[in-house]
Design a protein around this ligand. Structure first.
Ligand SMILES: Nc1ncnc2c1ncn2[C@@H]1O[C@H](COP(=O)(O)OP(=O)(O)OP(=O)(O)O)[C@@H](O)[C@H]1O
Length: 606
């Protein structure tokens, strides 16, 4: 049973090795030859170096300069040629490895995480998995790139070990035996240390994740304001110191396990030297081997123990980087529920669409209660719906489901009677223009933000019109680079910083520019000044012309211009109808509306 388990983990390592090497060889056709040359040179270099003193001693003992000098010069030239070649090829392959990591693995990772189902990236435990996977492709010394490097080194070590081992076997099997014992001990101690690190890896990841969060928060300008005004820096120090201490304890605990391989190495080296010198000297004194052969074997024994030390190290490094690479693969192999490829054709964009929530319930992964419960709702083509409800009622969650970011836990969402989970997701999402509550512009140009980062085929007139409708063109047309101005100075020195309200307008312009037949605005006026807000209400009919729309707001007065109002309460539809109907009903809607209007009236009187 145990054996089977070991076999399985070995298989995983081999498939990972094949995967990383294939990626490099497919990307760079010359890499195969360079790796082959590198291997030959790296194995022959040390052997040629061992031959140099052997030839020199043979020359001293036999004194035939005519015979030995050319051999000596030839071997010296060959050895330095092999070393030079190892170094040149090594650096060529190293570049290819790095570009394979970045161009192949990293690129695919970013693409996967930007396109996979949103439910595969938003939950906290998924974020952790993504972070771990990224670890395997973020550095030369970890995961994918390390595995590529180590595979080549491992083959070299295997060749070196086999050839040197065979030569030593002919000399005396006892030397080989003690070296193998040394290898096994070394491997066992290293394996133990590695297993211990693996077992406690979570602990370390947690410490570093928290440390990184604190470091980032210290540098984050937004947090900087709060930290100063609320004098939170003491708390930062305290937590940071605790984490540094925890990291130190972890390092000491794991570091201690690495002492044993070092001690066993030293112990075995002493035993090997004593035995090897004893055997070699005895054979040389008895005339069984010449002084030159004595020197050659001495070189071979030293070389063999170096190969062997490297071999044990390399095996463990391969296992470790293969494990790290598995974290990357776990994210890459995450299955999507939505139809990213194929799927049914989306409804045509030329007509307003009907939306239906059919007995839809939803709960977030890890949550113990439904956030939406048995929602039954039909939104007719072209209808303007206002979605209202207290904080946490489930409004944004409903929008996420409608946008195809999450699948309902139960029930179905239909657009023009088609189940959206069966429609091609890209086609489906092209029907939706949405302004989310959390506004996050990208550090690209205004044009890219509004036109959805399409660099070609941007319709400038439509772009300007959208910015005008969103009330931002007046500001943008005064800028030197107009819509080509960058947002923030992250990517461009002349970038501009928009205010909260301006950013909201920018992203409203994006929704207008996209002109999808379903328009969803989640608290679009939250950051707007009263004049901009009132202007938007006046223009709402124009904005939603020929569209089915969903307007989320906490200001109930703003929902009067919608055809129908849906009041969500604890994830269920509590009330539904036109403003007048709901006021006549004297229910929850009227209660909230009265509280708000009373407040405004009192303020006005005041
Ligand atoms: N990604 C998530 N994972 C787990 N729970 C979540 C997640 N997002 C929201 N929730 C929970 O779901 C509930 C509904 O959140 P939602 O954002 O849909 O409410 P809302 O009605 O839009 O609230 P608000 O008016 O404050 O914007 C909240 O209790 C929230 O804590």
């Amino acid at each position: 049973m145990k054996k089977k388990k070991n076999d399985k983990s070995n298989n995983i390592a081999i498939s990972n090795v094949i995967r990383v090497m294939k990626a490099m060889f497919e990307r760079y056709k010359t890499a195969k030859w360079q790796v082959l040359i590198y291997m030959i040179c790296k194995v022959s270099g040390p052997f040629l170096a061992t031959l140099i003193p052997t030839i020199a001693i043979a020359y001293i003992t036999e004194g035939d300069i005519g015979k030995f000098l050319p051999a000596m010069v030839g071997v010296i030239l060959l050895a330095s040629g092999a070393n030079a070649c190892t170094s040149i090829m090594g650096s060529r392959i190293s570049n290819k490895r790095t570009y394979t990591r970045l161009g192949h693995f990293f690129y695919r990772y970013v693409k996967k995480n930007l396109t996979t189902d949103y439910s595969n990236v938003e939950p906290q435990e998924r974020q952790r998995a993504i972070e771990k996977g990224a670890h395997a492709i973020n550095s030369n010394w970890i995961g994918a790139e390390r595995l590529m490097n180590e595979t080549v080194e491992f083959v070299i070590l295997t060749i070196g070990l086999t050839s040197y081992g065979t030569a030593i076997l002919f000399l005396d099997i006892r030397i080989l035996f003690i070296m193998i014992v040394m290898f096994v001990l070394d491997f066992m101690f290293r394996n133990h240390a590695l297993k211990y690190s693996d077992k406690h890896r979570e602990e370390n990841t947690e410490i570093y994740r928290n440390k990184r969060y604190l470091s980032q928060s210290c540098l984050d300008l937004k947090a900087g304001k709060d930290v100063r005004v609320y004098q939170m820096e003491g708390w930062f120090h305290e937590v940071y110191n605790k984490l540094v201490k925890a990291a130190g304890i972890y390092q000491r605990k794991t570091g201690f396990r690495w002492y044993w391989p070092t001690i066993s190495d030293q112990f075995c080296e002493v035993a090997r030297n004593l035995l090897a010198y004893y055997i070699l000297v005895t054979k040389a004194v008895s005339g069984e081997i010449s002084p030159a052969t004595f020197t050659l074997y001495l070189g071979l024994i030293t070389g063999f123990s170096e190969w062997m030390y490297g071999y044990s190290l390399s095996l463990n490094v391969m296992r470790k980087s293969s494990h790290e690479f598995n974290e990357y693969l776990a994210v890459m192999d995450t299955k999507d529920v939505f139809m990213h490829q194929g799927g049914e054709e989306a409804p045509s964009i030329d007509q307003p669409l009907k939306i239906e929530f059919r007995d839809v319930s939803f709960r977030y992964a890890g949550s113990d209660k439904d956030i939406l419960s048995h929602i039954n709702l039909i939104i007719n083509p072209g209808e303007k719906i206002a979605l209202v409800g207290n904080n946490g009622a489930g409004k944004t969650t409903l929008v996420k489901l409608l946008c195809g970011l999450y699948q309902p836990t139960d029930g179905t969402i239909l657009v023009n009677d088609k189940d959206i989970s069966k429609i091609n997701l890209t086609e489906y999402q092209s029907l939706i223009s949405v302004l989310f509550q959390d506004i996050n512009p990208l550090a690209f140009t205004i044009e890219m933000n509004v036109a959805g980062c399409k660099t070609e085929g941007v319709n400038r007139e439509r772009l300007i019109e959208s910015l005008k409708k969103a009330g931002l063109w007046e500001k943008i047309e005064k800028l030197e680079n107009k819509e080509q101005t960058f947002i923030t100075q992250t990517l461009h020195d002349n970038g501009i910083q928009l205010s909260g309200g301006e950013t909201q307008r920018l992203l409203l312009a994006r929704a207008i520019y996209k002109d999808g037949p379903i328009l969803i605005l989640d608290e679009p006026t939250a950051a707007l000044d009263p004049i901009a807000e009132s202007k938007m209400y006046q223009e709402y009919n124009e904005l939603t012309k020929d569209k089915t729309s969903l307007f989320i707001s906490h200001r109930l007065s703003s929902t009067k211009f919608c055809d129908r109002i849906i009041l969500l309460e604890n994830g269920s539809v509590a009330e539904e109808g036109a403003h007048v109907q709901l006021m006549q009903k004297q229910g929850k809607y009227k209660e909230i509306f009265d509280i708000q209007s009373h407040y405004y009236q009192e303020k006005a009187v005041g």
